[in-house]
Design a binder for this molecule. Structure first.
Ligand code: IVH
Length: 711
């Protein structure tokens, strides 16, 4: 392709229709080949300028002959989401995250908490493994009969992306295992070494391609490639640190299981060590921190895990993290830079958030140009409760400020150097009206945040609500991200979530209107409408979360969905609770995990006329799936209300409660006519009597364990 024969000299205005068709076919092929050369072989065959010229020519011909635009037109591939994404994979066992600890005291508390939960005395032995926390991305590898059959990213923990073809290209990942259990899911971290990261970035820079901010981004970008030959050309590595589904136990200890994985051919981290308690954990942490700079790959802390797997099983999980493990993170990274401006962003609940615009600075390998300033008190040098912070120093535009970031957390402005304050720098005056819609911005008693009172009339709130609505944990509509939502909102195509579901009806006829918009082609428009259609059927919990009601997060939404089951039952209950009293209000507050703040916000949102009308308009277009407890299928106690009383001997009260809840039961502290079952240990008193009076089934601890299959 060195003679540039692909750059045709025929002027577009002179092309006949037949010539134009042939030229579009040729351009599609040439551009596809150029892409493959660039991505697959890391050796582009044409310059970026030539590539751009070809794309421009293609677009100009399409503009003159719109009817000739090809289904695989290169125009549709510009900066758009990939035409087809990865297939989704539901994890047979959820991929969870880890709780974080930062201080030594957090580790002593971690150990104490576990002992309390298990009812272990202080002197009883309790061993932990300690190992580096690799800063990459987690991957689950499923082997059946010793053969790698599937590799999936974590995704939202329940559903990840199928990256099997890509995982097969990673040298550390065995294709076949000898002597493995019939089913074995190996979990670990994909990462890139510092040396490989540097040379990848050098190669990228040499050919004018995008460079990566850090090895983690490079690893993620390389694994999540639709074309596995690109992944193959990227030097990825894998450390195994855990497992998901297994048909036979790997060992009875964490360390034993890791050794078994190493025996099967996986790379495991050589710094993994057994420690006999918090003091040994902290000593190992210090050792790893020392070694950090020489490891040759990024780590962001140390992970501690209870070694005894039977105890791990007893400890189980909180909603998203295991009780038996914790990540002890390294301190955040710091840098100084200039504060150029303070901008105010308006969030979906109307919160005015001050954002620091900074002279770009590298903090721990990442270029930071924005950081959060939290709220007006923080800028003024006060905490939300009025105490002095930073010695009372306020933050002013022009100041020299210290920025810190820890892991993926949004960077923060931590400190200010008064000796470098420019002369004439004025204290920052926080706005009392919304910078977007001009409505009053009010700070309510006890709230650290000032909020725009504009509600749905505030464009910033409406757009943020829409962005939240389409986000990954909410409706997750492929092809409809933050950018597209902003575009549609700006042009008046979408004002509220319901409008998304009438988009095709209003603008899709013959695809003409959408496909003629900038950034949209026939294929992307069709894909978008299909993606929207797919989401008309939506789980109850996702719908509730997507509404973006203040204090109603993902966990809470799922919890509420499971409690009410059907959307109609739930909305009727919200109507019943509208006065913040009565049985429906009590029922909501009675859900373990729902506090008063959340309950008020939720009921308030459904009682507010405009908001409710907007929700009802949306739901008309949807089929809301009934929520069921996923973990409790087949559980003999699902949906039952259980009360524990007296002393339990085989488990602590906390453990009994958590176990029962995991099986779908509701645990209550008092016996009433709604109680289904009383588990009574020795010394049970008035509760046992009341249960007998009410004719409630009563059993002892052993019978309970037999019932739930724990003996
Ligand atoms: S154990 C049940 N061990 O950290 C959770 N995770 O912040 C089991 N990670 O999602 C995770 N190194 O991607 C574990 N040695 C290690 C790890 C590790 C890195 C990642 C993993 C996890 C994230 C949680």
């Amino acid at each position: 392709m060195s003679d540039k024969t692909w750059v045709d000299d025929l002027e577009i205005k002179d092309l006949t229709e037949a010539q134009a068709r042939a030229e579009l076919a040729r351009l599609a092929r040439v551009l596809r080949e150029a892409n493959t050369a660039y991505h697959t072989h890391d050796s582009p065959e044409i310059s970026d300028a030539d590539y751009d010229a070809l794309k421009a020519r293609n677009a100009d011909i399409e503009a003159r002959f719109p009817a000739l635009k090809r289904a695989d037109s290169p125009s549709d591939q510009v900066g758009a989401a990939p035409a087809e994404g990865f297939a989704k994979v539901r994890h047979s066992i959820r991929m969870l995250s880890l709780g974080n600890a930062f201080e030594d005291a957090d580790i002593t508390e971690f150990d104490a908490r576990i002992r309390r939960y298990l009812g272990l005395a202080e002197e009883a032995a309790l061993a932990y493994t300690s190992e580096p926390k690799i800063d990459g991305l987690s991957l689950s590898l499923r082997y059946e009969g010793g053969q790698l059959v599937q590799a999936a990213t974590r995704g939202d923990g329940e559903v990840g992306e199928n990256v099997t073809a890509n995982a097969r290209t990673i040298a550390d990942i065995p294709e076949r295992l000898e002597g493995a259990p019939e089913v074995l899911e190996v979990r670990g971290e994909v990462y890139m070494s510092h040396a490989d990261f540097e040379s990848l970035n050098t190669r990228q820079a040499e050919r004018g391609a995008k460079t990566f901010a850090n090895p983690r981004n490079a690893a993620a970008g390389s694994l999540r490639q639709l074309d596995s030959s690109i992944t193959a050309a990227r030097p990825l590595r894998f450390f195994a640190y855990g497992w998901g589904e297994v048909s036979a136990p790997l060992s009875d200890t964490q360390l034993g299981a890791i050794e078994r994985l190493a025996g099967l051919g996986f790379s495991t981290n050589p710094l993994t060590t057994l420690c006999d308690g918090p003091a040994a954990l902290l000593a190992h942490y210090a050792e790893i921190e020392q070694a950090r700079a020489t490891l040759g790959y990024d780590i962001d802390g140390v992970v501690y895990k209870v070694d005894d797997l039977a105890l791990q099983a007893r400890l189980g999980f909180r909603s998203t993290t295991p009780r038996w493990a914790i990540a002890h993170k390294f301190p955040a990274e710091l840098a100084w830079t200039r504060l150029e401006a303070i901008d105010i962003q308006v969030g979906r609940t109307g919160a005015l958030s001050p954002v620091a615009r900074l002279t770009p600075v590298t903090v721990g390998g990442v270029v930071v140009s924005n950081a959060t300033l939290h709220n007006e008190d923080y800028i003024a040098g006060r905490s939300a409760t009025g105490e002095v912070i930073r010695g009372g120093k306020d933050i002013r535009v022009g100041d020299w400020v210290q920025v810190y970031r820890a892991g993926d957390v949004i960077p923060k402005v931590a400190d200010v150097d008064l000796s470098k304050r420019p002369e004439g720098a004025e204290p920052y005056v926080f706005p009392t009206s919304c910078p977007d819609c001009g409505s009053d911005a009010v700070r309510e008693e006890g709230d650290a945040v000032r909020r725009c009172m504009g509600g749905l009339v505030c464009p910033a709130q409406a757009v943020e609500k829409l962005k939240h609505f389409v986000s990954r944990a909410a409706f997750d509509i492929e092809g409809l991200g933050a950018k597209q939502v902003e575009q549609f909102y700006r042009d008046g195509w979408i004002a509220e979530p319901a409008d998304i579901f009438t988009l095709q009806e209003r603008y899709g006829r013959g695809l003409q209107q959408l496909k003629n918009r900038e950034g949209w082609g026939e294929k992307s428009a069709t894909n978008l409408f299909e993606a929207i259609e797919e989401k008309r059927k939506i789980p109850f919990g996702r719908l509730l979360f997507a509404l973006g009601i203040r204090h109603v997060g993902e966990q809470a939404s799922n919890l509420i969905a499971r409690n009410y089951g059907r959307w109609e039952e739930f909305t009727a209950a919200m109507d019943g609770a509208a006065g913040f009293d009565g049985p429906e209000w009590e029922r909501l507050l009675g859900i373990d995990g729902v506090g008063e703040v959340l309950a008020r916000s939720l009921v308030g949102a459904f009682a507010e006329d405009n908001e409710r009308a907007s929700i009802d308009r949306l739901v008309k277009h949807l089929e809301v799936e009934e929520a069921a407890r996923p973990d409790s299928s087949g559980s003999p106690v699902a949906g039952k209300t259980v009360v524990f009383t007296g002393s339990l001997e085989k488990m602590t009260r906390a453990e009994a409660k958590a176990r029962a809840e995991a099986l779908g039961a509701k645990v209550s502290g008092s016996v009433s006519a709604r109680t289904d079952l009383l588990v009574a240990g020795p010394g049970a008193g008035s509760k046992a009597k009341k249960a007998a009076d009410l004719g409630i089934e009563t059993m002892d601890e052993d019978e309970w364990l037999a019932l739930i299959g724990d003996v």
